[in-house]
Design a protein around this ligand. Structure first.
Ligand code: NAP
Length: 243
């Protein structure tokens, strides 16, 4: 019997998948049979290296698309390339995100713009183009990455927390709008996960966050990838608009 978790034959784009949660998600989805489209922006070399690594590790079909999720023209071109080559998209994981911590008094307009452009505008632009492709096959699953900070808040994270709360709002509205087309939209709001994003934190902040975790350990990118896979796959076929 076919495993309900399988993504066999599905095409999945995971934004920000050169590192961290996105990379763990790409590895898991490739092992579940998906054609995986990796994305990153800062280094073509890193992206190409990840494509080769994932192909060698899983034997899956893997492609790399270098684009800034916050650039409307780059996003448009990326989806045109996906359509040209694959004619379909089944899964979008809006994972690319940035963190710029600052106490309220130190926040600059540039901080606000950049974080919201990547974390919020990027998610909306990708949902817009992905849903057009998904609607052609009357189905698909979009998974957006929010954060525990968007729901509970944290000192020094007004901008990041605001952007991740916005991800919840945009997820709920898109879920309602796209349900009639068979497209589900859910969000995952991870806690404290061991990636480059959290390794950059000052030691005392890192310890403080760690000490607040009742399970006594930091989460792994693989822990989050499994939750994303649940939403991406048909195991959650009757679930939409959830965080
Ligand atoms: P990470 O290790 O810093 O990796 C970020 C990824 O996003 C990289 O692949 C990076 O690509 C890509 N990226 C950044 N800006 C981009 C842009 N403008 N266009 C395209 N790609 C871009 O982050 P992470 O910790 O895995 O976090 C992944 C997501 O989970 C984020 O949305 C984050 O907010 C969320 N999250 C993380 C945690 C945590 O504790 N780590 C907790 C809750 C939520 P390059 O390699 O090209 O830079």
């Amino acid at each position: 019997m076919e495993s309900p978790l399988t993504l066999q034959g599905k095409v999945a784009l995971i934004t920000g998948s050169t590192r961290g949660i996105g990379w763990a998600c790409a590895r898991l989805m490739a092992r579940q049979g998906a054609v995986v489209l990796l994305n990153g922006v800062s280094s073509r070399e890193l992206l190409d290296g990840r494509v080769a690594e994932l192909k060698a590790e899983t034997g899956a079909e893997v492609d790399g698309l270098a684009f800034d999720v916050a650039s409307p023209s780059a996003v448009r071109d990326a989806y045109a390339a996906i359509f040209k080559k694959y004619k379909r998209l089944d899964v979008l994981v809006n994972n690319a995100g940035i963190l710029e911590d600052n106490l309220l008094g130190m926040i600059t307009p540039e901080n606000i713009s950049r974080v919201f452009e990547v974390n919020v505008t990027g998610a909306i632009l990708n949902m817009q183009y992905a849903s057009r492709l998904m609607a052609r096959n009357r189905g698909g699953s979009i998974v957006n990455l929010s954060s525990i900070i968007g729901r509970e808040g944290n000192a020094g994270q007004v901008v990041y927390g605001g952007s991740k709360a916005a991800v919840v709002g945009l997820t709920l509205s898109a879920a309602k709008e796209l349900a009639p087309q068979g497209i589900r939209v859910n969000a995952v709001a991870p806690g404290f996960i061991d990636t480059d994003m959290t390794r950059r934190l000052p030691k005392e902040k890192y310890e403080q966050r760690l000490n607040g975790i009742k399970m006594g350990r930091i989460g792994t990118p693989e822990d989050v990838a499994r939750a994303i896979l649940f939403f991406a796959s048909d195991l959650s076929a009757y679930v939409t608009g959830q965080v």
